[in-house]
Structure formats: structure tokens, C-alpha cells
Design a protein around this ligand. Structure first.
Ligand code: TXA
Ligand code: MG
Length: 316
């Protein structure tokens, strides 16, 4: 089992020795290693059991450090960093040759972000290198939003988890890149599309739905709670099922089935609260007595767009 604690210098030392460590961010917990060290990157892929065609995000604490990794930063990228960093936004930029191809799966662009978590910002500022950090879950499973989630699944494979409490956004970062002068959103996430459009105008949404993506931004089947999941009218779908073996993940409504089988994402209909709860709710559905999970789409606005995206992938 991994040690769980708040010891930044311990995490720093392990990372400097090429180890991988669980770290908190505002979005989800990351599985971090030295982004410039190929052995550490290989360790991340191996602990997650992740295919090497799926590239990693480099995390730092300053724009200066990011300028050292990329060829140039377009002016619209600066507008976005000013508005959203530190925060749940990842930007794809042309990488310098010093950035390992293993980090980017051979792609010309590297994904970079400054996360918004005090412990991790302190850790990053004490390190001489950026941290590669995918979500700290086995490949294809639900992302972790607490240190305990990381411990539950990867605890026997890593030495240390830096405990920063529950993640206050609860969904991974939004990923953007540039196509000429256009801003393209490749993954819906913790920064709302509406907020991005307020800064840079209309964006293109190119969220990958294919199971074999040419640009490996997102695989179609992901976030799987390990159960059959049906999205639709919950009360109608429930009529044909046994309430004892059915799980319900609803937006606002409580249903007449055992309490332990259901999660209401936000009784008041607050999409930000629903985002904070979605991944722990999916984990709660992963229990032996549940055979089928019923869920529903949330309003397609704000973080609702990203939540619906995760539900769609979890149901594949
Ligand atoms: O919120 C987050 O972004 C979290 C926290 C830990 O920072 N990290 C995260 O990493 O979600 P991960 O590896 O689970 O998801 C990163 C996504 C992957 O789908 C990957 O394909 C895409 O980013 N990605 C990374 N680098 C890329 C690149 N150079 N070009 C295209 N897609 C890239
Ligand atoms: Mg992930």
C-alpha cells in the first residue's frame, strides 16, 4: 500500500529519484513523474496500464517554465492563460525537441497546464522539471477525486500519495489547441466552453467520438464503472428492472430503490456540484450487487456538457 500524507519534500525527493507519486489537482488526482525523464514516463504508462499512443500532459507552476518547453505561444494562448491559469485548462502547443517524444506519443504538440492546487503548486515550484501526470486511475476506469480513490486502485504500485483533500472541480481539464487562428476544443472539461468563448470568441469543438482516434485525444470507451449503464428516462427504464440489483445515478431526483444503490448528483440542480460528485458516484455504482446502472443526461450547458460527455463514454 502507498503511504498517504502531506509531505511535499518527500514527494519531491521521490520524483527526483525517478519515482511516480499520486498528486492532487483541482480537477482529478494525477499520477506524476518527471516529464523529461523517459524512465519515469515509462513507469507512468506501466502503472496505469496505458497504451503508449495516448500522450501525457506536462504540469508546471509558471509560464516561464512552459516557454522553455514550447516553440512559441500564440497571442490567443496568452489570453487564455491570463484568464484561466492556474486552473482546469490544458493547451496544446508545438514542442521543442528537448521534450521527449514518449511524453507526446510522437506528436508535434505537447499538452501543458498550470493546475490550481496549493500543495501541487508548491511541489512544482520546488522542482526543476515539469510533471507528466495523467489521471491516477487504471486505463479505461473512472478518474480519482480523492487520495483514497488513488490508494484503492494504484496503492500497491506506487510509494506515495500527496493528500490534498477532495478535488474541487471533479472533472479533468478542458483541452484546447489552435488550428491557424481558430481555437479548437479537443476535450470538454472543467473550464466551461462559454467562458472560453467570452475570451477568444467562437471556438470549434472537435471532441473525439471514434474508438480509434487519429489524434488520440479521447477514447470512446472510458470512465467505465464496470457495469452496464443505460442513459435515458430513469423511471421508465426502472419499470422493467429489479430495484435490488439496479443502481441509479440521477441529476436531482430521488427514486424508490435502496438508498445504497443511488446517488443524486445535485438535489438543487447545480451543475458545478454535479461535476464534483460524478466520478465518486460512478465508483459507488461499482459494487457486486448492482447489475445495471440507470442514468440520464444533464442540461447541456456549462459543466453539464462535460458531464454528459463522461456519461456517454462510461456507457459504451
Ligand atoms: O485535469 C487533467 O487534465 C488531469 C490532471 C491530473 O491534470 N489529467 C488528465 O490526464 O486528465 P489524462 O492523461 O488522463 O488525459 C489527458 C488527455 C488524454 O486523453 C490525451 O490523449 C490528451 O490529453 N493529450 C495529451 N497530450 C496530447 C497531445 N500532445 N495531443 C493531443 N492530445 C493530447
Ligand atoms: Mg484520464
Amino acid at each position: 500500500m502507498a503511504e498517504i500524507g502531506k509531505d511535499i519534500s518527500k514527494a519531491k525527493q521521490l520524483l527526483e529519484n525517478g519515482e511516480v507519486v499520486g498528486i492532487p489537482t483541482e480537477t482529478v488526482y494525477g499520477l506524476a513523474g518527471n516529464a523529461l525523464n523517459e524512465d519515469a514516463i515509462l513507469k507512468i504508462y506501466s502503472v496505469k496500464n496505458r497504451p503508449k499512443f495516448d500522450p501525457l500532459i506536462a504540469h508546471t507552476n509558471s509560464l516561464d517554465k512552459i516557454e522553455g518547453l514550447v516553440k512559441e505561444i500564440p497571442s490567443k494562448a496568452y489570453e487564455l492563460t491570463n484568464a484561466f491559469w492556474p486552473g482546469p485548462l490544458t493547451i496544446l502547443l508545438n514542442k521543442k525537441s528537448s521534450v521527449p517524444d514518449l511524453l507526446t506519443s510522437g506528436l508535434d504538440r505537447v499538452a501543458v497546464r498550470i493546475p490550481d492546487h496549493p500543495l501541487t503548486l508548491e511541489l512544482l515550484s520546488a522542482l526543476e522539471f515539469p510533471l507528466a501526470a495523467p489521471s491516477a486511475n487504471p486505463f479505461g476506469y473512472v478518474s480519482p477525486t480523492s487520495a483514497q480513490h488513488v490508494e484503492d486502485q494504484l496503492g500497491d504500485k506506487i510509494p506515495y500519495i500527496l493528500d490534498g483533500g477532495p478535488c474541487h472541480i471533479g472533472l479533468e481539464s478542458t483541452i484546447v489547441g489552435f488550428d491557424g487562428d481558430d481555437v479548437v476544443v479537443y476535450r470538454l472539461g472543467g473550464t466551461k466552453v462559454e467562458a472560453i468563448e467570452e475570451i477568444v470568441g467562437k471556438v470549434k469543438i472537435q471532441v473525439n467520438e471514434s474508438s480509434n482516434p487519429a489524434a488520440p485525444g479521447m477514447l470512446k470507451s472510458h470512465y467505465s464503472p464496470g457495469r452496464k449503464m443505460i442513459i435515458g428516462d430513469i423511471s421508465e427504464n426502472l419499470r422493467e428492472l429489479n430495484p435490488e440489483t439496479t443502481g441509479i445515478l440521477s441529476f436531482m431526483t430521488t427514486y424508490d430503490i435502496p438508498v445504497k444503490n443511488q446517488v443524486v448528483l445535485s438535489p438543487t440542480g447545480d451543475l458545478d456540484e454535479a461535476a464534483r460528485n460524478i466520478f465518486s458516484a460512478l465508483r459507488k455504482m461499482d459494487q457486486p450487487n448492482i447489475e445495471v446502472i440507470l442514468t440520464e443526461f444533464l442540461p447541456q450547458e456549462g459543466l453539464g456538457k462535460a458531464i454528459n460527455d463522461r456519461l456517454r463514454r462510461a456507457a459504451v
